[in-house]
Design a protein around this ligand. Structure first.
Ligand code: HEC
Length: 147
């Protein structure tokens, strides 16, 4: 047996766990963790009245929601993609308007409907114990949110 055959046999015999066996819930939790970070930074930017930064995190949040819809459209028979369409996406409209109008006061108020929606969906999916807050009082990041 030459080395090429050896490598072939080693690789062919390797028992890689099929990807489908990974629980989808773990993946959804990770995707949600990213969404949480983006939401927190959106809240900090909005609170600081930083329109450009809020616009950035608004866009990133919406991208993340679309990513969740694509990568975890269903979770334990819960239609995640559908719920995001009906509940989550519309909740960002007020923030979109505030960013377009460059209105700092509106920017601060627009975070609440978003956070309310996070919690509404957690309740609807039997995860009401995960309670999200806007949390703009403390900045835990090594980042300035000032305009
Ligand atoms: C489709 C409904 C839905 C929406 C909308 C939603 N979530 Fe979730 N979220 C879930 C579900 C279901 C889980 C549990 C996932 C699991 O069990 O793996 C979860 C889990 C989480 C977790 C726990 C994972 C962790 O890293 O601690 C956080 C945090 C979270 N969501 C944040 C948010 C935030 C912030 C928003 C709003 C911007 C949001 N979620 C919107 C359904 C939703």
């Amino acid at each position: 047996m030459n080395w090429k055959t050896l490598v072939f046999v080693a690789v062919a015999g390797a028992q890689l766990a099929p990807l489908a066996d990974f629980p989808q819930s773990a993946e959804l939790a990770l995707l949600m963790g990213d969404l949480q970070r983006l939401t927190h930074k959106l809240a900090l930017s909005a609170e600081a009245g930083n329109v450009d930064l809020a616009a950035f995190y608004l866009h990133e949040s919406q991208e993340q929601l679309r990513k969740i819809q694509t990568e975890a459209p269903e979770y334990e028979n819960i239609p995640v993609a559908l719920l995001i369409d009906r509940l989550a996406h519309p909740a960002y409209e007020q923030m979109q308007q505030a960013v377009t109008a460059k209105n700092a006061k509106q920017l601060r108020e627009a975070i609440q409907p978003i956070v309310t929606t996070c919690n509404a969906c957690h309740t609807a999916t039997q995860h009401g114990f995960i309670r999200i807050t806007a949390g703009p009082e403390v900045n835990p990041f090594n980042q300035s949110f000032a305009p």
